[in-house]
Design a protein around this ligand. Structure first.
Ligand code: 8YV
Length: 315
């Protein structure tokens, strides 16, 4: 039987690439020198797109594949997939939720602790001899018992909240409506009010055109000079210019970020700031979780071509 032809947008680990190559004709878009030419050459034969959360599939790419049936996303965020283009042609879209939730929440909480306790600079303090020559490392910021806000109480935001209860933190959250499963955490109706009443603000909401820059200058300044913003969602949820201005002026105390506009080419202003922890969009990047993500991404493709129900459909 002829193998379905799949447009592969980004690289996958060998443990996924092997099975993909065995089951499908994989066209490696990311390896093409002339991507437009490559797309016009293979696009007419492509029945599926295999992509990554941060890479997605835009309207032009979808239009170049007239026989496209499904877009399978390796990641929970599908904001980079043009859903309107897919909906217009009844193209299925799948993602990989749940399997990565706990890892992403783990990294978000770790980022808060690392930045609040100054652990990156503390490591340097030991390694460069400062401890011996300059003495005690400067005092840092307590986390336990303080107030945390969660902007977006979806799966990841809820797992963050569960972890924060272990630090005896006072937890509030903002979402479109109170969440039944968040009993005991305080619901706050708008992001600015939430930001005003917390020291640590986690940005965990799914990204969309509606949430773009939901964390703007008013929210950033409401978190304030003693506060920290932690972003493990998408860069687009934060107005980076407002964030950088506040970090540089001291209007915001600190930030811990795993995602950036234009990543991996992030704004160089981030690289000179001492009050920002920068991480390379790796919140789900553990061996175990990426194996589960890859399996689920492949299971969606396999189910589609077998005419079976999709494990994790978005559309
Ligand atoms: C992944 C993500 O690192 O799940 C998502 O949407 O952004 C991350 O968890 C990414 O999709 C893998 O390339």
């Amino acid at each position: 039987m002829t193998k379905p032809e799949v447009l592969q947008i980004g690289p996958y680990p060998d443990w996924d690439q092997g099975p993909l190559d065995a089951s499908f004709v994989m066209h490696r878009y990311f390896e093409a020198d002339d991507r437009a030419g490559f797309l016009s050459q293979v696009g007419p034969r492509v029945r599926a797109i295999a992509t990554r959360g941060e890479l997605g599939a835009d309207a032009a790419m979808i239009d170049a594949c007239p026989g496209l049936e499904i877009v399978s996303v390796y990641g929970v965020g599908y904001d980079a997939v043009d859903l309107a283009a897919c909906r217009a042609r009844s193209i299925r879209v799948t993602n990989t939720p749940d399997v990565l939730t706990a890892d992403v929440a783990d990294l978000g909480v770790a980022m808060m602790l690392v930045q609040a306790r100054g652990m990156i600079a503390a490591e340097t303090w030991v390694r460069d001899g400062s401890w011996a020559t300059k003495g005690l490392y400067p005092l840092q910021t307590r986390v336990w018992g303080k107030r945390a806000g969660i902007l977006g109480l979806g799966r990841i935001g809820y797992e963050v909240g569960k972890r924060l209860t272990g630090f005896d933190m006072d937890i509030a959250y903002c979402d479109v409506a109170p969440r039944e499963h968040a009993a005991g955490w305080r619901f706050v109706a708008d992001p600015v009010s939430l930001a005003r009443e917390v020291e640590f603000l986690f940005v965990t909401l799914a990204a969309s055109s509606e949430t773009r820059h939901i964390v703007g200058s008013e929210v950033v300044e409401a978190v304030g000079p003693d506060g920290m913003i932690i972003n493990i969602s998408r860069a687009g949820n934060i107005d980076e210019d407002a964030l950088l201005d506040a970090l540089e002026s001291g209007a915001l105390g600190a930030a811990a970020l795993d995602v950036f506009e234009g990543e991996p080419a992030l704004d160089p202003r981030f690289l000179t700031l001492p009050n920002v922890l920068v991480q390379p969009h790796h919140a789900s990047a553990t061996i175990e979780t990426r194996k589960a993500m890859g399996q689920l991404m492949r299971d969606n493709l396999t189910a589609h071509f077998a005419g079976q129900d999709l494990p994790t459909p978005v559309l």
